[in-house]
Structure formats: C-alpha cells, structure tokens
Design a protein. Structure first.
Length: 154
C-alpha cells in the first residue's frame, strides 16, 4: 500500500519560503489515529516547536472520532513528534539562531500504516515577497499560454 496523504497545509508554502523538509512520526491516541485515517485533520494554524529537548506539534486540529466514547481525545491538544536526537538538535539550532520556523506541510499515512508529518523549515515571507512571487507566476502562465497559442498556429 503506497503512502496516502491525509491533508496538506496549503497556506504554508504561500506564507513561508521553505528551505528544507524533515519527516517526523506523530504520537497519537487510538481515537486520534481513527480520525486521521478518516481525513478529519486541519493543519492550517499548526506549527512545531522544540522544547526541553523534545519536538511538539501545536495547534493541529484532529476532529473527535464520531463513534468515540467518553475517552475521546481533545481536538487541539499538543502532540509529540518523533525525531532522532540529532534532528531535534539541528532543528533547535535553526529555529533559535537563524530565526526560522517549523511549519507542518502535510500529514500522511506511511506505507507501513504509521501517521507521519512532513515539517518544513522556513522563513516567513513579507507582503512584497508574496506579491513578487504572484507576479512571476502570472507572467510565467501568460508566457506558456502564448507559446501554446503559437503552437496551435493562431
């Protein structure tokens, strides 16, 4: 079974310039993994941080499981990320010294059936950077459109 993307954080690539990505495991309870497999996850306001030598996912919304009982999980609780010690130390150095941010880009189920988060190490974009990026994308689309029209003989 190939890996299955559960949700994407579309705003992340728009608001941050991503310099590198890291894959992390996610510690979930039984009802949480059932909701993740059902696709009831939202990463839009989520971020990750390193605290006391451990990595945490903060603000990710995993909806309560519909058929869960009184032991159902809290939807916006802080969840632990599973990374190797060297990876945690590297991320801590990047976020403290260089002023970078850890942003979850997507949450997926691996081929082995485990929940994973793809974290992006990125720098927040300024408004003028976003406008420049949009203008360049529009110019590239217009050029492609003109090339396609020329290829059709118009």
């Amino acid at each position: 079974m190939p890996e299955q993307t559960v949700t994407l954080n579309r705003k992340a690539r728009h608001e941050y310039s991503i310099e590198e990505t890291v894959e992390a495991g996610l510690v979930l309870t039984g009802t949480e993994i059932k909701s993740v497999r059902a696709g009831r996850v939202n990463l839009n306001e989520a971020y990750a941080r390193v605290e006391h030598g451990e990595a945490w996912l903060v603000g990710a919304h995993i909806a309560p499981f519909e058929r869960g009982n009184r032991f159902n999980h809290e939807s916006k609780r802080t969840r632990k990320l599973l990374l190797h010690r060297e990876e945690i130390d590297e991320l801590l150095g990047l976020t403290t010294r260089k002023g970078l941010t850890l942003v979850p880009l997507r949450l997926y189920i691996s081929a082995r059936g485990l929940a994973k988060v793809e974290l992006g190490v990125g720098r927040g974009k300024q408004l003028h950077d976003r406008r420049r990026e949009i203008a360049a994308r529009d110019a590239r689309r217009e050029l492609e459109r003109e090339m396609a029209d020329a290829g059709r003989g118009r």
